[in-house]
Design a protein around this ligand. Structure first.
Ligand code: IPM
Ligand code: MG
Length: 356
């Protein structure tokens, strides 16, 4: 029986409580579909930093490198310096494990969850390929005359040929696999950010290798408009790190909110990281009110990535049917107790499996 080794980092705020439900569902799927998961829990996050001074010790990082996947709840604490723990944990893994794709599906499972008038599940089913190691996140920044009236701050957006090409190629491969429109939309801002010309050129070049896939283009500002007005125009979209960050929060809202949107930070073939796209929501922490659906969806993506496609799909289908029947009435904070949703999904998964 295949065994997968998985690092679990609950993290901050609501992270640990939603991750707990995700893990419960992953374990249930393992029992049903006949594989094993060996989980190693790490206490990393802001609380751990305050009490030990450690953010992500080298020894643990080395262990993680040898695992199959990392499953993360959420990171972020208003008491810590802005971005420090996020960079020390999430960004560290994205960069140092070279997780160059951030894959973010945006799928509406039931009309009731959509804030857009008249949009149905068939209208909202897209997947974002966010480049995940470069752009404005590459960390190249500096200050001069700090603290003075003429202070200057800079941050360089970095786009390498390799980084752009592998993201674009991944998008075309994804479009080929999906039995949908088979279309890839490039989202950039090449009309103002002149360096985005590299995206334009690489996209055109790679597209020539995929004559079966149609292409489209949108500047990021227009893309925000179209996602609200005509989300049915999108299938696979590829974009820069920063735009991907921003536009996928918008995407999360049109599929029902931050309580449902999940992501995979991937380096195909290597250890990869799965997390809900929401943050740590400190004011809701420990109250058992946060939606664990996004975290459970991240678990589904993880199993799919690990090759347990049937298990991943079964989790997704279970959530979809519980949402459609109204047994999960919403994915907002306070819609249900966190643990009850996890329990309901695990139980339903078992009973569906028992029927087939
Ligand atoms: C995300 C988050 C992160 C990002 C933060 C926590 C650094 O917003 O995964 O979308 O900006 O990438
Ligand atoms: Mg974000």
């Amino acid at each position: 029986m295949h065994e997968y080794s998985i690092a679990v980092i609950g993290g901050d705020g609501i992270g640990p409580e939603v991750a707990k439900e995700g893990i419960q569902v992953v374990r249930t799927a393992a029992d049903i579909f006949g594989f094993k998961v060996r989980l190693t829990e790490y206490p990393f996050g802001s609380e751990n930093y305050f009490s030990t001074g450690d953010i992500f010790p080298d020894r643990a990082f080395e262990e993680v490198k040898g695992m199959d996947a990392v499953y993360l709840g959420a990171i972020g604490d208003p008491r810590a310096p802005v971005g420090m723990i996020e960079y020390g944990i999430i960004a560290k893994m994205r960069f140092e494990l070279d997780l160059y794709i951030n894959l973010r599906p945006i799928k509406l499972y039931t009309e009731r969850l959509c804030p857009l008038k008249g949009k149905k599940p068939e209208d909202i089913d897209m997947i974002f390929v966010r480049e995940n190691t470069e752009g404005a996140y590459a960390g190249m920044h500096g200050f001069c005359h700090k603290g003075q009236a003429h202070e200057v701050a800079t941050q360089t957006m970095v786009y390498s040929r390799l980084g752009v090409e592998r993201a674009v190629r991944f998008a075309f491969e994804t479009a080929r696999e999906r039995s949908m429109k088979k279309q890839v939309t490039l989202i950039d801002k090449a009309n103002a950010v002149r360096a985005h010309d590299i995206w334009t050129r690489v996209f055109e070049e790679v597209a020539r290798e995929y004559p079966d896939i149609s292409t489209d283009h949108a500047y990021v500002d227009a893309a925000c408009m179209w996602m609200v007005k005509n989300p049915e125009w999108f299938d696979v979209a590829v974009t820069t790190n920063l735009f991907g960050d921003i536009v996928t929060d918008l995407g999360a809202m049109i599929q029902g909110g931050m309580g449902i949107a999940a992501s995979g930070n991937l380096h195909p073939g290597r250890v990869s990281l799965f997390e809900p796209i929401h943050g740590s929501a400190p004011k809701h922490a420990g109250k058992n009110t946060a939606s664990p659906v996004a975290a459970i969806m991240a678990g589904s993506m993880m199993l799919d990535y690990l090759g347990q496609k049937e298990a991943g799909k079964a989790i997704e289908n279970t959530i979809a049917s519980l949402l459609q029947s109204g047994r999960i009435k919403g994915v907002g904070t306070g819609d249900h107790p966190t643990n009850e949703v996890g329990e309901m999904i695990a139980t339903e998964l078992k009973s569906v499996a028992a029927r087939v």
